[in-house]
Design a binder for this molecule. Structure first.
Ligand SMILES: Nc1ncnc2c1ncn2[C@@H]1O[C@H](COP(=O)(O)OP(=O)(O)OP(=O)(O)O)[C@@H](O)[C@H]1O
Length: 241
């Protein structure tokens, strides 16, 4: 799994969760016009019609915490060890012991960070715990220049960037809220409060995933792991890989 960018929690608009599986996702023409609005219609969807041909275009993978992103990506990276890369984020926080500039993060001053923000050099950036974090266009381009596919676990604001070419968006969905809760508890990495918070946020993410503003080219339901992996793999590296 890539170094994870601290994600800004989406705004949760209270709504009764509807975990259904629509037959297709909204057309891509909606994507670049509207800002990502996180109002909510939970569901799990599958679509192949809108996905462009696999290439070196960066992939943004999203989905509720516990949906299985790390599990599936690990499998993919094990199968294709030289095919992917992760962008190195910028941060204004100080390096921790053992961290190297340019490896874990690009450690920059607040002024330098702001300068890059002003120049629209980030595809997304956010504040977290009093520090700024961002994914720069250059960091993504560095991966693509090496002939690798850059995998990003970032917010959807990248879809609205004025100059960055549109990445491909993959959403990994759990089969149900109950199953998601089971996985989060089974993973045993979070306290009760964190699990409840993740579940609430999951509802917002699920709703957003099928709203007209959602940019996803493909939504994979991670019920059976092998099947979900095969679908993710086909979307990312193509059918014949
Ligand atoms: N298809 C599946 N069936 C059953 N369990 C699964 C499946 N996929 C993943 N899991 C399990 O669900 C748990 C959550 O998976 P994982 O940690 O990969 O989720 P994640 O989406 O990466 O979460 P986070 O965003 O919090 O990192 C793990 O314990 C994993 O082994």
């Amino acid at each position: 799994m890539p170094a994870r960018f601290p994600r800004t929690p989406p705004t949760v608009v209270p709504a009764a969760p509807r975990w259904h599986i629509p037959s297709r996702i909204p057309p891509l023409t909606c994507i670049l016009q509207a800002p990502p609005r996180l109002a909510f219609t939970p569901c799990s969807t599958l679509s192949t019609a809108m996905a462009p041909a696999p290439s070196h275009t960066p992939i943004v993978i999203s989905g509720p915490s516990g949906a299985g992103k790390s599990t599936i990506l690990k499998r993919l990276f094990d199968e294709y060890p030289d095919r992917f890369g992760f962008s190195v984020s910028h941060t204004t926080r100080s390096p921790r012991a053992g961290e190297q500039h340019g490896r874990e993060y690009h450690f920059v001053t607040k002024d330098d960070f702001q300068d890059l923000v002003d120049k629209k050099g980030f595809v997304e950036h956010a504040q977290f715990g009093g520090n700024c974090y961002g994914t720069s266009i250059k960091a993504i381009d560095d991966i693509t220049a090496k002939g690798r596919i850059c995998i990003l676990d970032i917010e959807m604001e990248v879809a609205n960037h004025p100059t960055f070419p549109r990445p491909r968006f993959l959403f990994l969905s759990p089969p149900s809220k109950e199953e998601l809760e089971k996985r989060l508890r089974g993973r045993a990495t979070d306290k009760e409060e964190a699990i409840l918070k993740r579940l609430k946020q999951a509802e917002a993410e699920m709703d957003f995933s099928t709203s007209p503003e959602a940019p996803h080219d493909k939504i994979v339901v991670n019920d059976d792991l092998d099947k979900a992996y095969a679908e993710v793999k086909e979307f990312i590296v193509g059918k014949d890989a």
